[in-house]
Write a protein that binds this ligand. Structure first.
Ligand code: B12
Length: 253
């Protein structure tokens, strides 16, 4: 089905209505924008003009979606509780907004049989205009010799206090050339700032300083910081100390 840019707004509008109150943001893009910067081994297997949407979690997701999800005992089994909550929130929104439509939903933590990620979250975020992806190649004449430096996205409002959670591909919706690719805000324009950012993300990521490379409008709450500073294996125990009674079967021994 060919859709106009007005229809793109209606797709993102429906998702926005359901997901923004849970602390998520949505950004549309064309599959072709994403595929254009990647080798074919990493392409999404859809035509260039297919509509896709990137979903980000903002600091509010923890209080607006995650704690209520635990409260209603939505967390089942041993897989990561945040991943379960994101999956629940996104899949519920998709099935309610687009009943009967084929939507390929890919989560950041999912791998293909080849062990490659199901989508490159940072590339998708940059190409949709959601968050600028700063890479080693964005710094000329750096001093890192032959070392591979991992790149990092910065959001113009939340700095590094967000995560890229999912990519939705609307298999039967194609968009025309009137959909213009947005340029992500370049909030770390200087060479020094980019060096500081990449060094913080690669060498000191545990102190979270990379997240404050710009002044964010909102950061993670103390409770959320406590959760994410706890080792994944100990998070179930932390949730129990917060009074979330997860059923016996759901507990790691
Ligand atoms: C595997 C992985 C890791 C691995 C390897 C990291 C890596 N980047 O390869 C390890 C375990 C080390 C890791 C660690 C961390 N990770 Co990690 N990780 C991932 C994961 C699952 C896949 C990344 C990947 O394999 N990329 C493949 C490589 C080859 O891609 P690439 O380097 O970007 O190269 C491509 C681009 O350059 C592109 N390209 C070429 N030209 C151009 C031009 C343009 C303009 C663009 C846009 C792209 C582009 O082509 C290349 C591929 O051919 C992503 C989630 C996801 N599904 O994407 C999270 C992710 C990158 N991790 C994330 C984070 C936060 C972390 C940690 C801080 C831990 C944490 N979760 O808190 C640490 C910090 C890194 C460190 N110092 O160790 C976040 C980053 C958020 C952000 N703001 O950018 C992500 C996006 C997860 C998320 N849900 O938000 N991670």
């Amino acid at each position: 089905m060919a859709v106009s840019s007005g229809n793109v707004d209606s797709v993102t509008g429906k998702l926005h209505e359901r997901l923004s109150r849970l602390g998520f943001e949505v950004y549309p893009l064309k599959v072709g924008w994403y595929n254009s910067v990647l080798p074919s081994s990493l392409h999404l297997p859809y035509p260039d003009d297919s509509l896709a949407v990137v979903v980000l979690s903002t600091p509010a997701m923890f209080e607006e979606a995650f704690l209520p999800f635990l409260e209603m005992r939505g967390c089942k089994g041993l897989s990561d509780p945040i991943d379960q909550c994101v999956r629940h929130s996104v899949s519920t929104a998709v099935s309610q907004c687009f009943p009967g439509q084929k939507v390929d939903v890919r989560y950041d933590y999912e791998l293909l049989p080849s062990r490659k990620p199901k989508f490159l979250a940072q590339t998708a975020a940059h190409m949709s205009g959601a968050a600028y992806y700063y890479q080693q190649s964005d710094v000329t004449d750096h001093t890192w010799a032959k070392k591979k430096m991992f790149g990092v996205c910065v959001h113009s409002k939340f700095g590094g206090w967000f995560a890229i959670r999912a990519l939705l591909v609307f298999e039967h919706m194609t968009v025309g050339s009137e959909m213009v690719q947005p340029v992500p805000p370049d909030c770390v324009p200087s060479r020094e700032g980019r060096i500081q950012l990449l060094e913080a993300f690669n060498f000191h990521w545990k102190d979270w300083s990379y997240r404050d490379i710009i002044h964010p409008v909102e950061t993670y709450s103390p409770k959320q910081r406590e959760y994410f500073s706890t080792l994944p294996a100990q998070r179930f125990a932390l949730l129990r100390t917060w009074g979330f009674l997860l059923s016996e079967d759901d507990q790691p021994s």
